[in-house]
Design a protein around this ligand. Structure first.
Ligand code: ZN
Length: 517
């Protein structure tokens, strides 16, 4: 493997072609640094004392990561770090552990509560991500490899003559960190940079931290790094380019934050603020800030949730009538479903899909058995789905469209976004089918079961809480050990096998990838 040229490195991010390739064969992307990219970027760095693995990746690609790393180096895995506890970053160590490796596993201390929350809300996360990815077979992972060494604010580790600085930085999560190697001028940002507009408004997920995200970006910009290695997307090379991406991203967020804060402090309602605040139009066009995943309006909502309560500013919504009761009242006043559907059709024809969606919701809630209402709902959300670039918005519109299709007796339509994997990876089975979800370690595409599995019993971790800075290997009594035990698997049934087979066939025909973060 050679260090260059790599199609995954850009020195001119403002002219980069997006989206970046979803998967590429593992290769050395910078001196002494291996990149494994299947949806998420996993990096392995050679040091005098062994390998440093940054973001092991998805559970489904653990075999692929392990194989790639071991083809590149036979040095022991000294340390793994989770830039945060999301499933695409912190779930890919199993193959290394199965091979007998016992790395130090470093994470910001909130990672432990993050995993605990995942256990507590396993079913919820399964449903959320099914909706977001459009993959009805998605099952949220329930096996955790707990960190063995956590820190609160920062941690310095010496890996031979390389110093690694781990810095807490809330942003996409409350357990985020970035990794700075001053001797190499390598900066690993995790998802603080991810080649789309910051994922800090996600409508179905827990609180994000835009203000802290800006601080982290400014801190990282002050480092003057020569190389930036993001959680997703292109590696950025060159001080100017690194600085530009970090500071543009900070400004993108700050523009939204300032508007929201000013308006909240002026006593405006959430409704007024939501409609008034806009992202900076110039920054929004940069290849690394396109709203292909999150949406700036969702960031507005997220900020209002962070600083305010849940009340939406409409007194009727404080202790409201049900949506169905409201819908029956509204539809009744118009003289019936037909009038509302007719108006909804006109709005749809005129391109006002936002208003048409409200009418579609009213008619289908007032009378779910009325086909004309369900047809309107189906068509409205099919159009909304087409209109938006945001994966998160698409997921919710697709699910609403499919609710109508199911009510009409039609097959749900799945529309995962285009797969841009290197075909060689699909051929070898190393690329994921959708989002990396379903990539088997056995060299073929597969899906997890269609039904919810109960979370496997996983013993509680108690990571060594003190931040040490010696970089020495330490696995004694590591609580992370508990997570090494295999989780119970769902028993295979013939119905399950049939569904798997149908889904696999469908996926093989139109392999696409969806996103979960
Ligand atoms: Zn990610």
């Amino acid at each position: 493997m050679t260090a260059s040229p790599s199609i995954m490195v850009t020195a001119t991010p403002e002219r980069a072609v997006v989206p970046p390739p979803r998967s590429v064969p593992a290769h050395e992307v910078a001196p002494q640094l291996l990149l494994h990219r299947v949806f998420v970027n996993t990096y392995a760095l050679r040091t005098d004392v062994g390998l440093l693995l940054i973001d092991p990746g998805l559970a489904q690609t653990t075999g692929s990561v392990h194989k790639a790393v071991r083809a590149w180096s036979d040095a022991p895995l000294h340390t793994a770090v989770y830039t945060h506890g999301h499933i695409d970053h912190a779930f890919g160590l199993q193959a290394f552990l199965d091979a007998g490796e016992r790395p130090q596993i470093i994470a910001q201390e909130n990672c432990v509560q993050h995993f605990q929350r995942y256990r507590l809300t396993h079913g919820l996360n399964t449903y959320i991500n099914r909706r977001q990815t459009g993959n009805p077979a998605f099952v949220f992972p329930d096996r955790f490899t707990w960190p063995t060494l956590t820190f609160r604010d920062s941690l310095v580790q010496h890996l031979g003559n390389i110093e690694a600085r781990y810095c807490a930085a809330k942003g996409e999560t409350d357990d985020h960190c970035y990794v700075w190697l001053p001797a190499l001028s390598y900066l690993f940002t995790g998802d603080l940079i991810l080649w789309v507009a910051p994922n800090c408004g996600n409508p179905q997920k827990v609180q994000r931290y835009p203000v802290e995200w800006v601080s982290a970006l400014e801190q990282m910009a002050a480092l003057g790094a020569e190389w930036l290695f993001p959680g997703h997307g292109y590696v950025i090379h060159g001080r100017r380019a690194v600085q530009t991406v970090l500071m543009d991203t900070a400004r993108y967020l700050q523009v939204i934050i300032d508007q929201v804060l000013t308006r909240m402090n002026a006593g405006q309602t959430p409704e007024e603020i939501f409609h008034a605040v806009e992202a900076d139009p110039d920054l929004s066009r940069r290849p690394y800030l396109l709203a292909r995943y999150d949406h700036p309006k969702f960031i507005v909502r997220n900020l209002m949730r962070q600083w305010g309560g849940w009340w939406n500013g409409n007194a009727a919504d404080l202790l409201p009538a049900t949506w169905e009761m409201q819908a029956r009242e509204i539809v009744g006043l118009t003289g019936g479903v037909a009038a509302v559907v007719a108006r909804g059709r006109r709005l749809l024809d005129q391109g006002d899909t936002a208003l048409a969606a409200h009418l579609a919701e009213w008619v289908t809630r007032a009378d779910p058995s009325d086909r004309s209402g369900q047809l309107l709902k189906r068509d409205v959300y099919a159009k909304r789905l087409e209109e938006v670039a945001s994966t998160m918005a698409q997921g919710i519109y697709r699910a609403a469209m499919n609710d109508a299709r199911v009510a009409l007796g039609e097959e749900p339509v799945l529309h995962p976004p285009p797969c841009r994997c290197d075909p060689r990876l699909h051929a070898s089975g190393e690329a994921p089918d959708r989002l990396g979800v379903g990539t088997g370690q056995r060299g073929r595409h597969r899906l997890t079961g269609p039904r919810l599995r109960r979370p496997a019993r996983v013993e509680e971790p108690v990571p060594r809480a003190s931040a040490r800075s010696d970089g020495e290997r330490s696995h004694r009594a590591s609580s992370g050990r508990a997570a090494l035990r295999p989780a119970a698997r769902m028993p295979s049934t013939s119905a399950y096998a049939r569904l798997r087979s149908v889904l696999r066939t469908w996926l093989m025909m139109r392999l696409r990838a969806a996103e979960v973060r």
